[in-house]
Write a protein of this length. Structure first.
Length: 343
């Protein structure tokens, strides 16, 4: 099969590799579409040669391997792209994945839309319900509470806004002014321009100094310190970040603020040490169980319109991914997801 494989020189090329065989509890998916994430270009620059890149996919079950899935059934999910134990990667014509870690694509959802959901949605689920412990959609808060999503137009941020609303929160989202209508359409109750030097004061006014929950979907260039200043000065609060925070903790002035990072790859349940991230290194069966729970909920959330996929931009096939990764690395992909047709 064809796959995009890392090679010397911190790049990748299309190679012919063996079609994978499923192990116990695994299925083989024939890939129809894949979606691109920032982790893909970062992996290309950091992993050894011989790894298949890519995480998000949508396709059909090629080998159900005794699972409850039907061969030919439309499914979507994500894998730990470029990992080797076990070997995983979505930018390929066939993918191995755990049978419990895909969701059935509803009839009214395209492969393109299905592919842009899993990794970013899983990150938001993990941050909001696994780490912040906000009320789940089945039992939303009876009284709205403020919840800040910093970087609301990012892939993860867009799902975080929608999940925050399902939790019963009063959602405040930051984004550049051209994305404010998008953020409102996803359910944000208030939108703030992060380019405003006084944006944290705006949040404090909006929340009457009562903000205790925040999810920083950017987590770089001093955004975490800014978010901490938007929290309640007396009660502090809890911030979840998508990048490691070990270098930043000492810079947070409010010592009542709990700061922790989350890494989505723990949803596979296996021990994974990912740099200096928190919440990883040991087996994580609780993270896997939470993701399995939300995968089961996802078809209804999509069909009901309660969760809307990110905006899609189709860029070509497997041979177009390298150029797309470069575009992403240069910061030219905003408020949209690049997708590629594999078959």
């Amino acid at each position: 099969m064809k796959a995009l494989v890392t090679v010397e020189g911190k790049t990748a090329q299309i190679q012919d590799v063996d079609v994978p065989k499923p192990g116990e509890g695994e299925i083989i998916v024939k890939t129809h579409y894949v979606a691109q994430n920032p982790t893909d270009w970062k992996s290309m620059l950091s992993v050894p040669p011989g790894r298949i890149l890519g995480c998000d996919f949508a396709g059909t079950v090629q080998d159900s391997n005794g699972s409850h899935w039907r061969e030919g059934q439309r499914v979507s999910g994500f894998v730990f792209g470029s990992s080797h134990n076990p070997p995983r990667g979505a930018f390929a014509e066939y993918i191995t994945t755990e049978a419990s870690l895909v969701y059935p694509i509803p009839d009214d959802v395209s492969y393109q839309d299905a592919a842009v959901i899993p990794l970013a949605f899983a990150t938001a689920v993990q941050a909001i319900f696994g780490r912040l412990k906000l009320p789940e959609p089945s039992k939303p808060a009876k009284t709205a509470f403020p919840f800040l999503v910093n970087g609301g137009a990012s892939s993860v941020g867009q799902y975080a806004i929608q999940l925050g609303k399902l939790a019963g929160a009063f959602v405040i989202a930051t984004g550049s002014s051209q994305n404010h209508e998008l953020l409102k359409s996803l359910g944000a109750d208030a939108v703030i321009d992060y380019k405003d030097p006084n944006w944290t004061e705006e949040v404090r006014k909006l929340t009457h100094d009562g903000l205790e929950f925040a999810f920083d979907c950017i987590s770089e260039n001093s955004t975490i310190e800014a978010v901490s200043k938007a929290l309640s000065p007396t009660k502090g609060g809890h911030i979840i970040t998508i990048l490691a925070v070990d270098q930043i903790r000492d810079k947070i002035e409010n010592k009542k603020v709990k700061l922790e990072s989350t890494i989505v790859y723990t949803v596979f349940g296996r021990p994974v040490k990912y740099g200096s991230f928190d919440n990883c290194g040991e087996p994580t069966p609780q993270d896997k169980a939470l993701w399995e729970k939300y995968l089961a909920m996802l078809p209804d959330l999509l069909s009901s319109g309660k969760i809307k996929p990110n905006k899609v931009r189709e860029r070509g096939g497997l041979d177009a991914i390298l150029a797309g990764l470069k575009e992403h690395q240069e910061g030219k992909v905003r408020a949209e997801k690049l997708v590629y047709k594999i078959s």
